[in-house]
Design a protein around this ligand. Structure first.
Ligand code: G1P
Ligand code: ZN
Length: 537
């Protein structure tokens, strides 16, 4: 039954910010997924007889790869696979299952917020035993293996029935099919004050949640509607292979339907959305969009309202491009704040070491030490917990936060599918000019961000060009590590404003000067041929 299949390496199987992400058509090449999975297994040691968690966000090609991964796990010697029913698991739920079951690791099938369907994207990532994305030393090893692979191990068997909950035997391995939501929902009940949230809904508080045709629909239905008693508040709640044509990225552009509903003056009090695999979140209130950077700061400042964090938080971590709003909260709380490179994997060590409790990224990612991934539904529940305890509107909570700490105006401009060579030139030119920026036009320092991990001392460099102004304003440039076509240039712009009188200005207006400077410093128009960003968040 065991098979050793001959294969040849594929170019470019380098894990990016979050695993290997390519077009579905690339993954459909014979042996492509198998090569990558075998390279993962070949980079790991000591998993014989141990448990592997497998699941994905339900996108097109998920069912096929789940079967391949299960067979290969058995052939490679795992003793047990835990798989979400139908092959489904949100990324944070997979992280929780790894931790809860003491699994050796997990394979998560997702291209996160990238579109799905036959012409869309697919992805595979490996999470380690702490439940978090594999650290760079493992992803580097995986990439090295993909370049020399010559065989992979699999089984010659029929597809395994993963539609029913229960155990199935496969060669020497047990396949345990579990409900994708139950364990995760139970975890959430230990973290938050569900009674208070139930009372909030009973009082007539209205909320809309957009599942964006992706994985979180079933999680939202069970938790918000069945357990917490919110009435028919889930939209686009059925996970579909092409996400119903949605681009499942919860931001003002792609979650427009939800935003139009909630941002209206007669809309529901609260709106939220999550992405393809359930790790991102969008938080909006009536008349008030909460930037992810502000959301992180507000969560850090109010975490004690939730039972799991009542004793206080140990520290806050944010990715470098995320606004500095959370640092101000950490300072006031007297706890450390950490600035890491982009990508959740850099938070893992801080969380494992108990140095940080709450983490976040400007890219709609927020989470805590309850799992080792960012967690969309967690962030929504945290907001509900805060709203239930404070009984104030989202707008009031945000504005009073600004009053107390000052406002960090913040925007990100993305230029998608730019010609790769031109994007590399733009970044190369900025790197070459780095020495000349400081001391001119109000710029205090200019560098290419690098990070020394305080726990394992590992060093990561070239993480983005950072211009920091005398007054604390910042312009940051980096290229995306998750795109699958050409290059995506991300420009992050931030300005701090202490004066309450100036807090109610529209963000793009408040940042107009800095945006102009960001464009001219990098000669974005000349270098990309674009006159405007593709997406502004
Ligand atoms: C993007 C975000 C980053 C996030 C990652 C995975 O990566 O910017 O914060 O961790 O997606 O969700 P990027 O494409 O910028 O490399
Ligand atoms: Zn995601």
């Amino acid at each position: 039954m065991f098979e050793l299949v001959a294969t040849k390496p594929f170019d470019g199987q380098k894990p990016g910010t979050s695993g290997l992400r390519k077009k579905v058509t690339v993954f459909q090449q014979p042996h492509y997924a198998e090569n990558f999975l075998q390279s993962i297994f070949d980079s790991l040691e000591g998993f014989a007889g141990k448990t592997l968690v497998i699941g994905g966000d339900g996108r097109y090609y998920n069912p096929q790869i789940v079967q391949i991964a299960i067979r290969m796990a058995a052939a490679n010697g795992f003793g047990r696979v835990i798989v979400g029913q139908g092959g489904l698991l949100s990324t944070p739920a997979a992280s929780h299952l790894i931790r809860k079951n003491g699994a050796f690791g997990g394979i998560i099938l997702s291209a996160s917020h990238n579109p799905g369907g036959p012409d869309g994207d697919f992805g595979i990532k490996y999470n380690a035993g702490n439940g978090g994305p594999a650290p760079e030393k493992i992803t580097d090893a995986i990439f090295a293996k993909t370049k020399t692979i010559s065989t992979y191990k699999t089984l010659d068997t029929q597809d395994i029935d993963i539609k029913k909950i229960g155990n199935v035997e496969l060669a020497n391995m047990i396949v345990e099919v579990v409900d994708p939501v139950s364990d995760y929902a139970a975890l959430m009940q230990t973290l938050f004050d569900f009674d208070a949230i139930r009372d909030l809904f009973k009082s007539g508080f209205k909320m809309k949640f957009d599942g964006m045709g992706a994985i979180t629909g079933p999680y939202a239905r069970r938790i918000f509607e069945d357990i917490l008693g919110a009435k028919s508040m889930v939209m686009n709640g059925v996970p579909l292979p092409d996400f119903g044509g949605h681009h499942p990225d919860p931001n003002l552009v792609h979650a427009k339907e939800l935003c139009d509903l909630v941002l209206a003056s007669n809309g529901p009090e609260f709106g939220a959305a999550s992405d393809g695999d359930g790790d991102r979140n969008l938080i909006i209130g009536r008349n008030m969009y909460v930037t992810p950077s502000d959301s992180l700061a507000i969560i850090a400042a109010n975490a004690q309202l939730a039972p799991a964090y009542v004793a206080g938080i140990a520290g806050v971590a944010r990715s470098m491009p995320t606004s500095c709003a959370a640092d101000l909260v950490a300072k006031k709380l007297g706890v450390p704040s950490f600035e890491t490179p982009t990508g959740w994997k850099f938070f893992g060590n801080l969380l494992d070491a108990g140095m940080a409790t709450v983490c976040g990224e400007e890219s709609f990612g927020t989470g805590s030490n309850h799992v080792r991934e960012k967690d969309g539904v967690w962030a929504v529940l945290m907001w509900l917990n805060i709203l239930a305890k404070r009984r104030e509107s989202v707008e009031t909570i945000v504005k009073s936060h600004w009053r107390e700490y000052g406002r960090n105006f913040y925007t990100r401009h993305d230029y998608e599918e730019v010609d790769l060579a031109r994007a590399n030139d733009l970044m190369g030119n900025l790197r070459k000019s780095l020495g000349g920026f400081a001391g001119k036009n109000g710029i205090k320092t200019a560098d290419d961000f690098s990070y020394r991990d305080p726990v394992d001392n590992s060093f990561t460099e070239c993480q983005g060009i950072r211009l920091v102004y005398e007054n604390g304003s910042r312009i940051i440039y980096r290229l995306s590590g998750t795109g699958t076509a050409g290059a995506t240039l991300r420009v992050y712009i931030e300005k701090y404003e202490a004066d309450v009188i100036k807090h109610n200005v529209e963000t793009q207006v408040a940042l107009a000067d800095l945006i102009g400077q960001a464009n001219s410093i990098a000669a974005i128009q000349a270098n990309t041929g674009r006159t405007a960003p593709t997406v502004i968040t």
